[in-house]
Every structure is written in structure tokens, then in C-alpha cells.
Design a binder for this molecule. Structure first.
Ligand code: C2E
Ligand code: MG
Ligand code: MG
Length: 738
């Protein structure tokens, strides 16, 4: 029978014995695998040691852990026992019992309560031992809870570091928070990004779905989270049911104790962690509040990181200027949906570079943004409109029905017919569109649509071209030419033909236009249009320009040696790329130096388009070239964009009027006004006019009547070998048939 201060049979003194027992007890409870077992086994063992029939761990608002309670005893019995500090109680089936209690922790909210049959009070030694065991249970439970908290947090940290899906991480936080604080409900509420509208429930435990839904739409939770956010402090409400401004949904859910912890992500509070319990009198302990704080910190880390990841991902997949998906996004999407059949439109703005260069990049950017909007307007939400870079856009349509692609393309082309009102101007910018439809996963519809777009552009732009397999061959040939061209020059496969330009009054040849040809070993004789576009924009064009200039200049020197006394001029074509290359002036100067041709015998032909592409730079280059003493001609005048206004700024010597105007002169009702206007303008600015593409007698006589000085065309001589041209030169006043 237990009794007061009897010395146990061991012969040890009682306090030493108690000390040893306590040590054993401590190692027993701390050795339990989890906090719940530490409590349950602890109270069992304590009852055993103290030889009590009845024992429990009691905390207000928490289901008690009981030992030896009489069957059918009401749950209130534990509360009643715990209410007795020290004394005796009548227990059903046990009769009179001595009851005592000791707190588990400093806060004296949780008790180890024991009752022993009989009327004998607990001895002081028993009471000491009990106090020690109660503390040991409390410590062991806290330690194990702490360990579990750390495990939970490190799992959360690991997931954050691994960049797991944010929804799974916040789920873990809310679950961990629920378990480790013994809450009945935990919510992570996140404010909407724009700060407007009620907060959104990111994760939750313990609440019914309809309660969640009405919470999200109601204003009260928002008010409380506002408060936590504003003060940036934890808010603890002990009796939520009587809280005037409390959320009715949480009240209806029976929440009594509520804690709101601000969640800081990136220095600002963007979310709130709410935890609540339902039981009456249940209060959060300091360590539970600490745990909630830590979970909130982790939620902050997770949300900030997720935002960063989302932001980085968004940026890596979107174009900063237009906000459209970029090439990477498009490629990913294409990969995902290609199996079902897709159509791709490749869209390239016509003459964008000209606008960018002449009106500035700010205007260019505005145009791109406006173009992106128009393209987006033409596609459905399920299609992907992307900016590939520069002035290139693409639309991915998830169907292999070609009619859909055609329809969207026509819609886009129509949209681009309307001028763009930008920077106080109405800019007319059309688009070239390529369409590729693919059903086979091996296709590369983006590349195919690009090829089709190229063909639409080569055909003059502002139109749609659908992909055909022959385009691949042509593209391959272009590619081949690019690599073959430098060798071609070295192998003597390139040669120049010269087309005479005659003085229409005397009929004598005064100039010759150098025109390049390529005797291709496999493909035969190639015209400039067959290979120049392919090398335009590559380094080959520089090689080519050097070769043409030098060959043409040497040729004139050779002609002159054969027929001294003549000083014919040779005209050499310069493309836009050549004109705008940084070393064009040096190249011309050094060629003149190397060949010994007087500068006045070289004429450079430039197209209006080349000049319009960058007016300022063109003006600078032209002035520099002109100061070398070479002459300048505008080629194919009337077919490009250049306005007469600009022409006045350039030091031009010749206007070569495009053959389209000349062809018109032979029509049933020739439009003479246009040609007269041009000729008149030339005369008033001191520019001489050369009529191109003269094929018929009638044209020739009309041009003579109109007083046109010079002419070129099949009727006056086809492009020919240099030797043949030398003969035409010598036949001084060769009779021109009239
Ligand atoms: P272009 O400068 O306008 O050259 C005149 C073109 O018109 C030549 O075509 C010539 O054969 C053709 N032609 C001449 N008279 C008549 C005629 O009466 N009727 C018709 N229908 N056509 C006539 P080609 O040789 O095919 O050259 C085409 C274009 O290629 C040239 O147009 C020029 O822009 C460019 N080009 C030629 N050689 C060179 C070069 O060495 N460098 C550069 N950058 N471009 C060149
Ligand atoms: Mg020309
Ligand atoms: Mg021409």
C-alpha cells in the first residue's frame, strides 16, 4: 500500500530514490516516438509509479487523455478532477479518492491529475515526484513536438528549394500548422495581386467548401486580414463568437479562438495565415503561437519564391515590348499540340526597317505594339499569337484545316490595309504572310511558314503565300548559292555583261550598264535575280561588290586603251545593303585608285528603295561618294517609295525612268503627262533622264520628241559581252534605226 515517507526496501534515502525514478521516467517519456505517445505513456507510467487508480492529462478545450476512468463517466469528470487542487473526491465505483494535480508547464494550463483510492493524502514525496513527472511529460511532449515541427519545416524548405508546385507547398504548410498547433482549422489567405477584391483561399483545413466559398466572397475576413496586414502583427482573438466584426462563416463553423498571422513575402504583407479552434476555453499556448509564426514565415518564403519563379518563367516566355508569347513559348506550345494537326502563320511587316530607321525606334516600337494588337484581334483565344523577334510574328492555330489558316491570314492582311495612326502620322505598313499546315509530327511548320512568307515577300509583299514543298528546294538553292558564290568568283564563273546606254539624239553609246551573271556549273546561266537576293544580307555581298566594281572599272580602262579618245562611262548597281555598308565610300575610292579609272567615268545606280530605307545615312553616303567625283543615278525611278521631296536633297546626276513608264508610252493612249512631269523636273534640277526598257520604235520616237536625252533597252542593244560593247563604242555614230 502506498504510504507517506517510508524508505523503500532498497535502502536508498527517499530523495535519491525519487531522483533515480524521475531520471528513468524522463528517459522513458522522451524516448517516445511522438508527442501524443509521450503524453499517453507518460500518464500511464506516472499513475503506475504513484500507484494511482485514476489519472489524466487535462487542458481546457482539449480532449483529455485518461487512465482508469470509470466506464460511462462523462468527459466533464476530467475537468472536475482537475478543478481540485488537492483533496478528496467520491468517484463512481471507487468510492473516496485522494486527488492531486501538477502542471505540465509554466503557463499552468495543462495538468497531470491523479486520484488514488482511500482517504490518505498524497505524501510530500509523492507530490514532489508527481511534480517532476508532470514537468517531464510536458518537456518530452514539447521536445517531440518541436522535433516534429522541425522535420515539417525542413520538408517545406526542401520543397521550396526544389521549387515544387506552390499549391503543394502551401498545402503542407497548412497541414503542418493544423497538426502542430492542434488547430481545428487553418487557412492561408492571399490578397489578389492588384490589391482589389477579397483575399483568395490558397489552402485550408477543417472548413467545409461552402463556408470557404462564402468566406472568399464576404468582407469580414478581408477586414481581419487587413488588420493583420496593416499592423503587420499577429492578432489573437480568444472569443471569436462574441467578436462584433467577426466573419459569420467562421462563427457558424463554431470557431472560438482565432489567430491571424501576417505572411510577409518580399518585405510586404501579401497573405495571412489564420488558425482557429472550436472548443470552449481552448487557448493557443506560446509555443503554438510561435509555431504558427514560423509556418507563416515559411509561407512567405514559399509565396515569394513562387512569384519569382512565375515571374521569371513569364518573362522567359514572353516578349517584353508587346507582351505576346515569344518564340520559346510558341515552340513549346507547338510541340504540345502538333500531333493533333496545326497551322502556322508567319507574319513579317513590309518595310519595317525603313520606318524604324527613318522615324526612330520609338515609333518603330509603337508600330510593333499596334501590329501585335491587330494580329491578336484576328485570332481566337485558343490560338497562340507570338512575336518571334524584330518585326516577325507567328500565329499557331490548332487545326489542320487549311481554310481556317487562309481565313485568319486574310483577316490579318485586311487589318494591315488600314493605316496605323502613330506619332501623329498615318503609317501604311503591310504584312507578308506565309501559311504552313501540318499533320505529320516530323514537319517543321514554323520553318515552312517562314519559307512561304519569304516567297510572299519576294512577290512584292502585302500578300499571303501557302507553303509548297518546292519552296524547300528553292531555299536550299539559296543556301547553296551563299556558300558557292565566293568560289564562283574565284573560279571565273561570274562575269559581267554590258548593256549600252545611248544618246538618243546622236545614237552613240555613251555609257554601259554592268550587269552580273553567273555561269553556274549545274544550274546553267543565272540572272542576278536568281542569286542576288540570296546573298543580300550576308557577307558575300561585300565580296561581290568588290568584284563587280573592280571588273567594271578595269573594263572601261581596257576599252579606252583599245579606242583612245573615247571616255565612256560605266554604271554599276549598288543594292540597299551595299549602299548602307559602312565601307562603301572607301571601297569605291580604293577601286578607283587601283584601276586608274577617272572618277567621272563611274556612275553608281541606286534604287529609290535603297535611299528611302535610311534617308539620313543615304544622304551622308551619297554626299561622300559624290565628293570622290563619281556620278550617281537613281535606278528604276517611279517604282519605289522615294518622294520627289527627298530627291532634291540628294546630289543626283541621272534619273533612270523605270521601264513600266516607258511601256506605257506605246499603249493606245500613252500617258505622256507623267513622263513629261519627270523630264521637266529633271531639267529644272539639272538631272539628266535615261529611259529604260525601250523595246519599240514607237517608244523611241516618242521619247525623242519629248526631248529625253538617253535611252537603254533591248531595241538599243541587249546586255552583251565586253568585246561586243567595245565594237559598239567604236562605231561612234552607229545609226539608230528610226
Ligand atoms: P536594273 O539595274 O534595272 O538593270 C536592268 C535590267 O533590265 C537588266 O536585267 C536588263 O537585262 C533588263 N533590261 C534591259 N533592257 C531591257 C528591255 O528593253 N526590256 C526588258 N524587259 N528588260 C530590259 P538583269 O540583268 O536581269 O538585272 C536585273 C537587276 O539586277 C538589275 O536591274 C539590277 O538591279 C540588278 N543587278 C544586276 N547586276 C548587278 C550587280 O552587279 N550588283 C547589284 N547590286 N545589282 C545588280
Ligand atoms: Mg541598274
Ligand atoms: Mg533599271
Amino acid at each position: 500500500m502506498p504510504s507517506g515517507d517510508t524508505t523503500p526496501a532498497t535502502g536508498l534515502d527517499p530523495s535519491a530514490f525519487a531522483g533515480q525514478q524521475l531520471a528513468e521516467f524522463m528517459s522513458f517519456v522522451t524516448g517516445q516516438p511522438d508527442p501524443e505517445l509521450a503524453i499517453r505513456r507518460g500518464v500511464e507510467r506516472a499513475a503506475e509509479v504513484i500507484e494511482a487508480e485514476v489519472a489524466c492529462i487535462f487542458r481546457a478545450g482539449v480532449e483529455p487523455v485518461t487512465i482508469g476512468f470509470p466506464a460511462n463517466s462523462s468527459p466533464a469528470l476530467a475537468a472536475r478532477l482537475a478543478g481540485v487542487e488537492r483533496g478528496s473526491v467520491q468517484l463512481p465505483g471507487l468510492g473516496d479518492c485522494a486527488v492531486t494535480r501538477e502542471p505540465l508547464g509554466e503557463d499552468r494550463r495543462e495538468w497531470l491529475v491523479v486520484a488514488r483510492m482511500g482517504t490518505a493524502d498524497f505524501s510530500l514525496a509523492d507530490q514532489d515526484l508527481l511534480r517532476g513527472m508532470a514537468r517531464a511529460i510536458g518537456l518530452a511532449r514539447d521536445m517531440l513536438a518541436r522535433r516534429r515541427l522541425l522535420e515539417c519545416l525542413s520538408e517545406i524548405q526542401r520543397r521550396i528549394a526544389r521549387r515544387d508546385v506552390i499549391d503543394e507547398i502551401v498545402r503542407l504548410i497548412v497541414d503542418g500548422g493544423t497538426e502542430l498547433t492542434g488547430s481545428d482549422m487553418v487557412l492561408l489567405l492571399q490578397a489578389e495581386e492588384d490589391g482589389q477584391g477579397p483575399p483568395r483561399v490558397r489552402a485550408s483545413t477543417g472548413l467545409r467548401l461552402d463556408a470557404l466559398a462564402s468566406l472568399e466572397s464576404g468582407g469580414q475576413v478581408a477586414r481581419m486580414t487587413d488588420r493583420a496586414q496593416r499592423d503587420s502583427r499577429m492578432v489573437v482573438i480568444e472569443d471569436y463568437q462574441t467578436e462584433l466584426t467577426g466573419a459569420p462563416e467562421l462563427k457558424a463553423e463554431g470557431i472560438r479562438s482565432l489567430v491571424a498571422v501576417p505572411v510577409r513575402a518580399d518585405d510586404s504583407v501579401s497573405a495571412v495565415l489564420l488558425a482557429g479552434t472550436r472548443a470552449a476555453e481552448r487557448r493557443y499556448s506560446d509555443s503554438e503561437l510561435d509555431a504558427l509564426r514560423t509556418f507563416a514565415e515559411h509561407a512567405g518564403m514559399a509565396l515569394a519564391d513562387a512569384e519569382l519563379v512565375a515571374d521569371t518563367r513569364f518573362r522567359s516566355l514572353h516578349d517584353a515590348l508587346t507582351g505576346l508569347p515569344n518564340r520559346t513559348y510558341l515552340a513549346e506550345r507547338l510541340d504540345k499540340v502538333r500531333a493533333g494537326g496545326v497551322s502556322v502563320l508567319f507574319i513579317d511587316l513590309d518595310g519595317f526597317k525603313r520606318i524604324n530607321d527613318s522615324l526612330g525606334h520609338g515609333t518603330g516600337d509603337q508600330l510593333l505594339v499596334a501590329a501585335a494588337q491587330r494580329i491578336t484581334q484576328c485570332v481566337r483565344a485558343e490560338d497562340t499569337a507570338a512575336r518571334l523577334g524584330g518585326d516577325e510574328f507567328a500565329v499557331l492555330i490548332e487545326t489542320s484545316d487549311e481554310r481556317v489558316g487562309q481565313r485568319v491570314a486574310r483577316h490579318i492582311l485586311a487589318e494591315f490595309e488600314r493605316p496605323f495612326p502613330i506619332a501623329g502620322r498615318d503609317l501604311v505598313v503591310r504584312a507578308s504572310v506565309g501559311l504552313a499546315v501540318s499533320q505529320c509530327p516530323d514537319d517543321d511548320p514554323l520553318a515552312d511558314s517562314d519559307l512561304a512568307m519569304y516567297e510572299a515577300k519576294s512577290a512584292g509583299g502585302g500578300q499571303l503565300s501557302a507553303f509548297a514543298p518546292t519552296m524547300r528546294k528553292r531555299a536550299q538553292q539559296r543556301l547553296d548559292m551563299e556558300t558557292q558564290l565566293p568560289l564562283a568568283a574565284a573560279n571565273g564563273e561570274l562575269f559581267l555583261e554590258y548593256q549600252p546606254i545611248r544618246d538618243l539624239r546622236t545614237g552613240s553609246v555613251v555609257m554601259a550598264e554592268a550587269l552580273i551573271r553567273w555561269a553556274h556549273p549545274e544550274r546553267g546561266r543565272l540572272a542576278p535575280s536568281d542569286f542576288l537576293p540570296a546573298v543580300e544580307g550576308t557577307n558575300q555581298i561585300t565580296t561581290l561588290r568588290r568584284w563587280v566594281l573592280e571588273t567594271a572599272c578595269r573594263q572601261v580602262v581596257a576599252w579606252q586603251e583599245r579606242a583612245p579618245g573615247l571616255s565612256p562611262r560605266v554604271t554599276v548597281n549598288l543594292s540597299a545593303v551595299e549602299l548602307h555598308s559602312f565601307d562603301v565610300v572607301d571601297a569605291v575610292a580604293s577601286t578607283l585608285g587601283a584601276t586608274g579609272l577617272p572618277a567621272g567615268q563611274l556612275v553608281l545606280e541606286l534604287t529609290e528603295t535603297a535611299l528611302a530605307e535610311s534617308l539620313e545615312r543615304a544622304a551622308d553616303s551619297l554626299t561622300a561618294l559624290r565628293s570622290l567625283g563619281v556620278l550617281l543615278a537613281i535606278d528604276d525611278f517611279g517604282t519605289g517609295y522615294c518622294s520627289l521631296q527627298y530627291l532634291k536633297q540628294f546630289p543626283i546626276d541621272y534619273l533612270k525612268v523605270a521601264e513600266t513608264f516607258i511601256a506605257d508610252l506605246s499603249g493606245p493612249s500613252p500617258d505622256l503627262r507623267m513622263f513629261r512631269a519627270i523630264a521637266g523636273l529633271g531639267a529644272s534640277w539639272g538631272i539628266e533622264v535615261v529611259a529604260e526598257g525601250i523595246e519599240q520604235e514607237s517608244q523611241l520616237s516618242l521619247l525623242r520628241e519629248l526631248g529625253c536625252e538617253y535611252g537603254q533597252g533591248f531595241m538599243l542593244g541587249r546586255p552583251m559581252h565586253a568585246d561586243a560593247l567595245a565594237r559598239s563604242l567604236s562605231a561612234r555614230a552607229e545609226i539608230v534605226r528610226t
